[in-house]
Design a protein around this ligand. Structure first.
Ligand SMILES: *Cc1c(COP(=O)(O)O)cnc(C)c1O
Length: 398
């Protein structure tokens, strides 16, 4: 083996030693509540397809129509010649759905956060993030070079301390630095909610801005299912509303909603938007259909079904001794601690025909490994009962 291969071998051995080795499992079926994995059918409790749209006929038809009308590829970056009508239709549908002045779609949520942070902040600015925000915000924070402060998860006192520190920096600086807070509405690995009202009050008091990542809130909260900001009647006070098109919306991509000026800044300075080929027409067409379903009466029916299943599963699991977060979300984390323990439980579930992923470091802190159960509006009550029954039997082994 040459030195390159040897070093990679050592790197992999290090990952395995910590029970952190990951591998890809091919799935031979569409994303649905039942997955075909290596010729076995598994009941799927791992997807973020909360409203069951990823494999629904309307999204598939919309994707096919977009291919027929605009082709398979998009040819170039949107700023060159790739800004197809379907991309504009998607942006307009997003702005209408969110009740925002304007919207811009990206190729992924990850690319959205990275680019938005870098477009808005530089090394003279200050970024304050919740300890548990998603990797895309952490990576964007590093890349934009702003002075970074991290507040303890959902800890408003700690956030206020960081804001007071930022005020002092602002007084000392000749130039007026921007102060941006980044938080999620629903935390992806814990399923708990941001204390949004308090965050918004604090950021207004200190003249800061808020980027709210609604990756797990879009489609699920608020009268029009726009997200947690709508549910708290705070959407008009969140400067930068971010989300993904790949979870409840059922397709793939990311978006920012906000004022026309915000979107114009992003079109001009968001690097993952400028220097990357536009998403394929099929993705944009499917996402547009997903947004329209969520905004419709069918979206409300799907959400109602989802919450009924969440209530059913949570009450069954609590009855079997599992401890769960008190709030309503489609993410139900079962924290077991050791990485190896989480792996064993996930394996035991797979043997019973149920797929629930074990989530480990670096997705969550070391020693806080967990099973992350997610529900979809397409699950049946019987399927949820089957999961609860199996989880009950496993509780004894934790
Ligand atoms: C999934 C996720 C993202 C990334 O979105 P993609 O479209 O999957 O790239 C960003 N933020 C949060 C909180 C997420 O859970």
């Amino acid at each position: 083996m040459n030195d390159f291969e040897q070093q990679l071998e050592q790197q992999l051995a290090g990952i395995r030693e910590q029970d952190l080795y990951r591998e890809l499992r091919p799935v031979d079926s569409p994303q649905a509540t039942r997955l075909l994995v290596g010729r076995r059918e598994l009941l799927n409790f791992s997807s973020n397809d909360y409203l069951g749209l990823a494999d629904c006929p309307q999204l598939k038809e919309a994707a096919k129509r977009a291919v027929d009308e605009f082709g398979a590829g998009s040819g170039a970056s949107r700023l060159v010649c790739g800004s197809l009508a379907i991309h504009h239709q998607l942006d307009d549908a997003l702005a209408a759905f969110k009740g925002a002045g304007a919207a811009l779609s990206f190729s992924s949520g990850y690319a959205t956060a990275m680019a938005a942070l870098c477009a808005l902040l530089d090394k003279d600015d200050i970024l304050i993030i919740d300890k548990l925000v998603h990797a895309c915000i952490v990576d964007g924070a590093r890349l934009c070079g702003a002075k970074l402060r991290v507040f303890a998860h959902n800890d408003l006192n700690d956030l206020e301390k960081k804001l007071k520190w930022a005020d002092k920096q602002r007084c000392a600086a000749g130039k007026r630095p921007r102060i941006l807070i980044a938080a999620e509405s629903v935390y992806s690995m814990d399923g708990d909610l941001a204390h949004l009202r308090d965050i918004v009050e604090l950021k207004d008091k200190h003249g800061a801005w808020l980027l709210l990542d609604e990756a797990h809130g879009t489609g699920l909260y608020g009268e029009h299912r726009r997200g947690l900001a709508e549910a708290c009647e705070l959407a008009g006070r969140v400067e930068i509303q971010m989300g993904t098109l790949g979870k409840a919306i059922g397709a793939a991509g990311g978006y920012i909603c906000g004022s026309r000026k915000l979107i114009d800044v992003l079109i001009n300075q968001a690097r993952s938007f400028i220097f990357s080929t536009a998403p394929v027409p099929a993705a944009a067409g499917a996402a547009k259909a997903g947004v329209e379903i969520i905004a419709s009466g069918e979206g409300e029916l799907r959400r109602k079904r989802l919450w009924a299943l969440v209530d059913l599963l949570k009450s069954s699991l609590v009855g079997k001794g599992w401890v769960l977060p008190p709030v309503q979300s489609a993410i139900i984390p079962l924290v077991v601690g050791e990485e190896s323990r989480a792996m064993q439980l996930a394996e035991a579930l797979r043997e019973s025909g149920i797929f629930v992923p074990a989530i480990r470091y670096p997705t969550v802190a070391r020693g806080e490994a967990r099973l992350r159960v997610t529900l979809s509006a397409n699950h049946t009550a019987e399927e949820v009962d089957q999961l609860a029954f199996t989880m009950g039997a496993l509780k004894a082994r934790v």
